[in-house]
Design a protein. Structure first.
Lengths: 98, 400
């Protein structure tokens, strides 16, 4: 299982506490994790990335293993530690605007 | 006895204030959608327990919420009201939740004939249309599942399935003038939608800063209705478009008569917007945002004068609602119960409403977080709430 941590306002929207546990079929990438997250929680569609273009929203960041991967390709494979659930996949609302 | 439900949208959530018909003792529920900007909350005139809310965030974009029980519980239409225990879709035969209630996609299809893709930006260049948020939700007068949405960048959308999916009425944005529309300071927003109760095909909308528009065919084709407006900030002050209309109001018994609070000037039209004339009269300032009409007196109008476009607070630090009983020009200050010293709040364009009781109640919310009520048409005011987050919108439901 993949561990995904989502920001407060999206947890309230999805009605979840703490981490979300997801199963991802195939290669574990940012795109495949978001696909699985949105399939499990359809109310999150459009809040992290655009419905149609899949372009990520500008004030959303993605962290894994203490690295900011926001600007990496969404199809890049993620580390095995994320795929194994040893490390979480973090979706973070950017600290912006004070 | 009748009851009143006030739907308040703020910068940090929605609040629902309820009272019996005396409008003296209020109970409060909320914050709903805590921490989110709630631009607008409005109930269906057909089914008052059906309420729609526009929930937005700079970080996470647009969300549409719907309640079927008067605001007690909420759901995102078509997204499932609760956490699904299994991947949706599936074994129990329920339809797959689509999660499209916040999907506002501009119509660029060839069928519209005018797949307009840019408008004028602040610097005069052309800029792509980008959806930012829903400013205003206007439920249908006849169908609780149908709602119009006015959005930024300016366009009109409609749902006919209770908010699950939205489709643009692209004839408005495809108007010949569309490429010349440009944003006001608050963004290029479609903020006013007036539905004519006598003619389902006639709708009025207003856009900052493009002006006012009217359709006679339910939104297929549109006409500019800005003749008589004079905006000094424009190179041609009387041009067909470019006017920063802040708000329109109409009494349902006379849908040909419109009232307008413009960036400067309070205006009136007696011919469905074809011609406008100024009714600012003796107002201390004719700048402001909201304008409302008394529920039972079509000639009685309310505005809240604001010092200027540079100073968004009441003149002299006195919060005064002004009432005209003559359809404009002659205005009286309503001050009893409102702060008359050191008050520097603003009242935004969607933050004033009236109820349908006798006598008519008037309500407004401020950027300082107060919500005021006058149960007697404006003669006396008292605060329902003093310390809410900054108020973005106020709507009132009169319940049996």
């Amino acid at each position: 299982m993949i561990r995904v941590e989502i920001p407060f306002h999206l947890r309230t929207l999805a009605g979840v506490d703490g981490e979300v546990m997801l199963t991802v079929d195939g290669e574990v990438t940012r795109a495949s994790i978001l696909d699985a997250l949105e399939a499990r929680y359809p109310m999150l569609r459009g809040t992290i990335r655009d419905h149609v273009t899949l372009k990520q929203r500008p004030l959303v960041r993605f962290f894994v293993c203490k690295e900011d991967i926001t600007h990496d390709s969404p199809s890049d494979p993620l580390p095995n530690t994320v795929a194994s659930g040893a490390e979480p996949f973090l979706i973070v609302g950017a600290i912006a605007g004070g | 006895m009748s009851a009143i439900r006030v739907l308040v949208g703020t910068k940090k959530g929605a609040f629902i204030l309820t009272s019996d018909g005396t409008r003296e003792d209020w109970s409060v529920s909320g914050p709903h959608f805590a921490g989110w900007e709630i631009y607008h909350v409005k109930g269906s005139p057909v089914d008052p327990d059906r309420i729609y809310a526009s929930q937005t965030s700079e970080w996470f974009g647009q969300v549409i919420q719907r309640s079927n029980d008067g605001g007690v519980t909420w759901e995102q239409p078509g997204s499932g009201p609760k956490l699904p225990e299994t991947p949706p879709g599936s074994e129990d035969g329920e339809p797959m939740p689509q999660g499209k209630s916040n999907m506002f996609v501009y119509d660029t299809s060839e069928e519209t004939g005018k797949p307009l893709t840019t408008h004028q930006w602040y610097d005069g260049t052309q800029h792509p249309w980008e959806f930012a948020r829903v400013w205003h939700l206007e439920p249908s007068l006849t169908d609780p599942d149908s709602v119009y949405a006015g959005v930024e960048d300016a366009a009109l959308f409609r749902t006919t399935d209770g908010g699950q999916t939205w489709h643009e009425l692209a004839g408005l944005r495809g108007h010949d003038t569309g490429a010349a529309w440009s944003p006001g300071a608050g963004g290029m927003c479609l903020h006013t939608i007036l539905l004519d109760p006598a003619d389902p095909g006639r709708i009025y909308v207003a856009i900052s800063a493009a002006g006012s528009f009217r359709t006679m065919d339910g939104g297929e084709t549109w006409t500019t209705i800005n003749r008589g407006l004079n905006s000094g900030f424009m190179p041609d002050p009387t041009a067909e478009i470019g006017h920063c209309v802040h708000r329109l109001a109409m009494h349902p018994s006379n849908p040909d008569r419109l009232f307008m609070q413009k960036h400067w000037d309070v205006m009136r039209s007696d011919d469905a917007g074809a011609n406008w004339y100024e009714i600012s009269g003796n107002l201390p300032s004719d700048f402001g945002f909201p304008i409302e009409v008394h529920a039972h007196e079509p000639e009685t109008v309310y505005v809240v004068p604001i010092e200027s476009d540079s100073l968004h607070y009441p003149p002299e630090g006195k919060l005064r609602v002004y009432r005209s009983r003559t359809g404009g020009n002659e205005w009286e200050a309503l001050t009893d119960g409102l702060p008359q010293k050191d008050c520097y709040v603003n009242v935004l364009r969607d933050a004033m409403a009236v109820d349908a009781l006798e006598p008519c109640g008037i309500y407004f919310g401020t950027t300082g977080g107060q919500v005021y009520v006058s149960p007697d048409g404006g003669d006396h005011w008292s605060p329902i709430m003093r310390n809410l987050p900054s108020v973005l919108s106020v709507e009132v439901q009169t319940l049996p």
